[in-house]
Design a protein around this ligand. Structure first.
Ligand SMILES: *[C@@H]1O[C@H](CO)[C@@H](O)[C@H](O)[C@H]1NC(C)=O
Ligand SMILES: *[C@@H]1O[C@H](CO)[C@@H](O)[C@H](O)[C@H]1NC(C)=O
Ligand SMILES: *[C@@H]1O[C@H](CO)[C@@H](O)[C@H](O)[C@H]1NC(C)=O
Ligand SMILES: *[C@@H]1O[C@H](CO)[C@@H](O)[C@H](O)[C@H]1NC(C)=O
Ligand SMILES: *[C@@H]1O[C@H](CO)[C@@H](O)[C@H](O)[C@H]1NC(C)=O
Length: 385
């Protein structure tokens, strides 16, 4: 009797002890990430597409940088707030040859990037040729060449990351949105788009494995947002008003985004098995953005579905006259797609991207890990060893 009781007690104690232990991939102390390497599309492009194909024009950048800064927003993006949150400088775009400093990381994202290499040129479809596979080639090259150059003088040493940063860095991913819209641009049905997505997710998983192969250990992966709430999607892909829900979003397109997210979540579960030394954080940005858009008023925002910067129509969005578009009127070049009076109370910036105010709100929701799986705050998103 006595013995059995004791045995129970010990077992019970063991169970408590085991549950108190951090599960693999969760850290209790801060990680001190010395660098960030980012891969993605316009949601996190800090100047890549602008460097290669021309600057995102004014009024992009008007709120924070006060000049066009390579970002499709009036100010900072979520990736900028992530960098600030980790005490690191904003990321320079790998492609930007002016004023770049890569000592604490590099950004390989470009606006219009897809996971899968595009079939079409940027002038045909808007798809960036810098798809995820190209971003990885650039990263790999950056890794090798940065270490060769660091020995070639102080300027290089001060503007390129140390070798150990590659294993200590946070690797962030925010990509997939343009693979979904690529299907819609080909007039695919929702079912056809869904049938294509497992291939996209396999390639995304392979990309993460390649980074792991180069020493990357900490990953912060954003899922894709509610595309069906974006003016550019509503204007271009939604012809039947019956598809619009009470918040003004297209449910069917959001369902495809959620399908992508469900598969991404499954892919991350598999990656955790395949990459035992990695800490992989899946971040549900979809839910944060959807809450913000559908409950805008509650959080101090207005007109969640209307572009702040744009021109004409129900959504202040015209894909032939996007934010910053100019037209010659009576011999004078005039800005026709202008900014709204107060971007700080708006969510949608240009029909596709978010305002700085919205990006800041989104960051504040995700930074403490309440939308992450596992629920790691940003500062402890590494693996402790
Ligand atoms: C790429 O091109 C092939 C051949 O034309 C086509 O079947 C396929 O649907 C295209 N895929 C995408 C994503 O554009
Ligand atoms: C790059 O930034 C780092 C940190 O902000 C700074 O210490 C370094 O001097 C900069 N490099 C150059 C070449 O200015
Ligand atoms: C998609 O449909 C639209 C409208 O019917 C048409 O103008 C366009 O050429 C189609 N695009 C493709 C890639 O088939
Ligand atoms: C352009 O000039 C015409 C003739 O002077 C004038 O009627 C019109 O209002 C002008 N348009 C704009 C947008 O200034
Ligand atoms: C995370 O931060 C958000 C926004 O500040 C807050 O609403 C939420 O309660 C926080 N969650 C946790 C688990 O601390």
């Amino acid at each position: 009797m006595e013995f059995v009781f004791l045995k129970h007690h010990v077992l019970f104690g063991l169970v408590i002890w085991a549950t108190l232990l951090p599960s693999p991939g969760i850290c209790t102390g801060p990680c001190s990430f010395p660098a960030i390497f980012n891969f993605g599309d316009s949601n996190s492009d800090t100047g890549g597409l602008s460097a290669a194909f021309g600057q995102a024009p004014y009024p992009n950048g008007e709120t924070y940088f006060h000049v066009p800064s390579g970002r499709f927003s009036d100010g900072r993006l979520v990736i900028d707030f992530i960098a600030e949150g980790l005490g690191l400088p904003h990321l320079s775009a790998f492609l930007d040859s002016i004023g770049s400093n890569f000592s604490h990381g590099a950004n390989f994202a470009t606006a219009g990037s897809t996971v899968i290499f595009p079939n079409t040129t940027i002038s045909q479809s808007g798809a960036s040729p810098i798809s995820l596979d190209v971003q990885l080639l650039q990263f790999s090259d950056f890794h090798t060449r940065s270490q060769i150059y660091r020995t070639k003088g102080e300027l290089f040493e001060k503007s390129l990351p140390k070798e150990e940063y590659f294993s200590q860095a946070l690797y962030t991913f925010d990509i997939g949105q343009n693979d979904i819209t690529a299907g819609y641009k080909l007039n695919w049905t929702a079912e056809q788009v869904k049938a294509y997505l497992p291939y996209v997710l396999t390639q995304l998983s392979n990309a993460i494995k390649k980074v792991y192969g180069q020493g990357g250990r900490s990953f912060w992966i954003h899922n894709t947002g509610p595309l069906g709430c974006l003016p550019y999607v509503l204007v271009r892909f939604v012809t039947d008003p019956a598809q619009i829900n009470k918040y003004g979003c297209a449910d069917q397109i959001n369902e495809v985004a959620q399908f992508f997210n469900q598969r991404l979540k499954e892919a991350v579960i598999q990656l955790k098995k395949d990459l035992p030394l990695a800490a992989i954080n899946y971040v549900d940005v979809y839910s944060v953005k959807y809450t913000l858009i559908t409950q805008a008023k509650k959080y101090g925002f207005e007109n969640p579905l209307i572009a702040c910067c744009g021109h004409g129509g129900k959504y202040n969005f015209d894909r032939y006259a996007k934010c910053g578009a100019k037209k010659i009127i009576n011999g004078t070049e005039t800005l026709i797609a202008k900014s709204c009076d107060d971007p700080t109370v708006r969510i949608n910036w240009d029909g596709t991207h978010f305002t700085e105010a919205a990006n800041k709100w989104i960051f504040q929701q995700i930074v403490n890990g309440s939308f992450s799986d596992p629920p790691n705050p940003l500062k402890t998103a590494c693996r402790c060893s």
